[in-house]
Write a protein that binds this ligand. Sequence first.
Ligand code: GRF
Length: 199
Amino acid sequence: MNADMNAGEKPGMAIMISGTGSNMDAIISATRRGLLAARTVLVVSDRPDAPGLKKARTKGIKTLAVPYEKGVPREKAESAIIGAIKAERAEWVVLAGFMKLLTPNFIQAFRNRIVNIHPALLPSFPGAHAIRDALAARADITGVTVHMVDELMDHGTIIAQEEVAILPGDTEESLAARIHATEHKLYPRTLQQLFHEDF
Ligand code: GRF
């Protein structure tokens, strides 16, 4: 638990997305069903058209879209995001399908307080196409990893992993559906442990 937090207080999270936001949705639902003692203080996206942003707004959650301009260093967009997260006094930054690589400057701003979910058993199949890569490698098993975020891509202390079997005849879609179903349970449960239990 964060040393500055009073016992019983719900930590604030900023959730960062780029797309559908199904993990964001699962996390927000878990907070509302009492399974995750936390508050979503902000949802941030690099894509103004991310469907997840609209979903967050309909749930009454504050949102922010910060497009990354081509040819402009990532730090520029990040400084707007860092400012907004700090203004909302979020204790945790929860990446849920945020597709931009974070710079060391961002990691430094929230050191040991950034969490990510990845659709494979890291260190296997890092990168943006983990589900497709696991199928292409003819693996029998893949899964989901929740990890702390450091300066390297899909890297940092692993907090939780859950296996998902690859079945004969699986397509990217069928495997992705089972991986996402696993993610939607594992991510809220792991955040609850991370925020409220000692690791
Ligand atoms: C998830 O598979 C997650 O593991 C990866 O990006 C995907 C995001 O999906 N990092 P969604 O936007 O939460 O539906």
